[in-house]
Design a protein around this ligand. Sequence first.
Ligand SMILES: [Zn+2]
Length: 269
Amino acid sequence: MEWLILLCLNFVFSQNGDLLVLKVQHREENDVGAAMDEIIKVNEFHASHINDGSNILREGDIAVSTGRRNKVCFARSCLWSKSVDGYVYIAYNLSPEYSEVETNLIKKGMENIEKDTCVRFVPRTHQRDYIDIQQKSGCWSYLGSRGGRQTVSLQSPDCLQVGVISHEFMHALGFVHEQSRLDRDNYVTIMWPNIWRDRLRNFEKFRTDTLDLPYDYRSIMHFGMYAYSQDGEPTIVPKNKKNIKLGQATSLSHIDKLKINNLYKCGWY
Ligand SMILES: [Zn+2]
């Protein structure tokens, strides 16, 4: 069925001008990949602008401040506060630069998170803590609630895809990438020789809280199988599960929603 196979080549230029083949991916029709695939494409292209000295990106799209507010934040340590009615309201400010269509996409990304969870995004009125959705270079977010204003960058047009938007909001809620779980080696094999050498650090493991949920191959927070491939070969291979796809293109997985409700203790869902 050769006609079903689509060859995708993605090239980016590194900072010193070398042409790099980020990914040579064989995909079957209708296989739309992982949200993180898009994020990597955008952020690698804009990498020189993002690393401007004021913040750096960990794991490809998690902003880490190099300034004094360098609080280490993993799941549970930087939660948004919960209202007495049981909902977690996250106030947001949206840049006026976004068009109506773009604004609707961002709202769809929010609805993706809200559906079947206790999280609600509300336009900011007076709240001290809020996310400020802006068109900086690339798609990125800080991890969890940092207190005060915190930027979520959704550059137009490349980051304005519902899956990408939801992925960045998940970081803002406090979630890191699924394959950085400490127990990931039981579920996937990291193919270190296939990873672009400059990006090996994006595959580190972290001591995160798994919230008693199983490893989720289809999480919107999972890297795709060819993330940061230097030669077109897979960089993450599922163990003992040949046909499983990694990541999610547009929506949260069922387990992603459970993660939110467990982290924020929303027992009624
Ligand atoms: Zn991410």
